[in-house]
Design a protein. Sequence first.
Length: 520
Amino acid sequence: MAVAETPDIAGPWYGTFSPAGTPIEISVIFQNTGDSWVGSLVLADGRAIRLKEIRPTGSSVSFSLDAPQAKASFKGALSADRSELIGEFVQDPTRFPLKLSRNPSAAIPNSLPQIDANELIAIMTSLNGPLSERPFVPPVTHPAIGYGVRPARDPIAKLVADIAAGKVHLKFDGEQGYLRSLLDALDIPVESQMVVFSKTSVQGDAIGPQNPRVLYFNDSVVVGSVRGGFIEVAAQDPELGASFYTLLQQPVDNPLLLKRDGCLGCHLTRNSLDIPGMIVRSVYAAPNGAPINPLGSHLLDHRTPLQQRWGGWYVTGKSGSMRHLGNGVVSDPTKPESMVTDATLNLETLKGKFDTDAYLSPYSDIVALMVFNHQMHMMNLMTRVAWDYRVAAMLEAEIGKPNDVIEQQLRDDIVEFVDYLLFVKEAPLAGRIQGVSGFAEKFASQGPSDSKGRSLRQFDLEHRLMRYPCSYMIYAPAFDGMPARAKQAIYARMRDVLKRFTPEDRDAVLDILHDTKSDF
């Protein structure tokens, strides 16, 4: 008798199921441990339920799990090309179909179907205003964009390929699990650690002042982690915007970074300029960390006054006489002024709020926070302006001529982009900012530097964030990935705007860029 072949089901599968009539995004992970299989069913909020009795035989696959209400099971079969797993999910007395796919794109929101070029132009030209007010009309899957259609080229996509090829091995180490190993693999400094105690994450139920979430970042990737939860990752593709991933904190031979397009429910909104992007907020938090929504919140970037920043965040370091919303909670939900903050939180005081010894660093550095605030909006602008240019180019090719209104929108994009790139409306500082984690020194040392040793990563921290008023993100892969026409317009606008700067600032920025940016 022939022995049935064991199918290769290893890796992530994506789908939705509707146990109560409401579609729920799920992912299923299968991993081979030699003679047996292990796996997890991952819910939209990142909770993972371990799979049991995984049996792949021939084209059939079955497993069971202990669901929250009762034991459940699945029986299905692979499609002929092995790209789909179709079957029935049973949780007595309920039975419903479940289809899983190797492709996660089904979870990507598609605000409009593909529409005629003239109709799309009519909608786009009916809108005006800055990018925060002018929606991005085409769906993210539009041929000019291809989000979820074209393969991602972000740093996590590359890391996933390196792990699969055996070039990188993530190490599970104690309570921090894969966190330190992941940061090392992505070249993200521990000194960038920022600590958030507000419940403003998909893992909000686990977050609070005594169990805060930590964030780490470099120029392209943000990594978040919650003790007792999982690792979250947002990585910027040079052309597609941010992709989102999770890494379960379960020790296995080959850990998987799971693509999570369900994150776009929050990260593809007006607050992210209608592209898959980053959102940083300051909230008024209750004593348990829950944001008090009636009191509002503040979106953060370098234009935000310091006194509105970092509600729901811990902040270590010094800000002189300048106040901010960090380190405090609101005792009376009807009065935001009842928030008691401490702008000069020291290490000993922070240890009294949560167990700092359980984290990779005891700090939530104020300089890292300021850089992060600047960078996240800069990343969104790079993606949004590039998308506007790509869609405009495709529409021009289809119609045979440019549209005057869309061309004006592109010019407006460049004005907004360059003003932000050159810190034109940056909130001024009224005192000396001092970090404590070593982040400032490590960040400033990265360069690149010009022939005089000057770098766009060098800090001022007394009157403004950076010593030289041009964003270091001009070196980011997402900037280099912008359409050539957009970059040419950016460079031309930069030279015009720099004429208004002091001769010292203007000459320094131009010299640095001429020495370090080959296409400038």
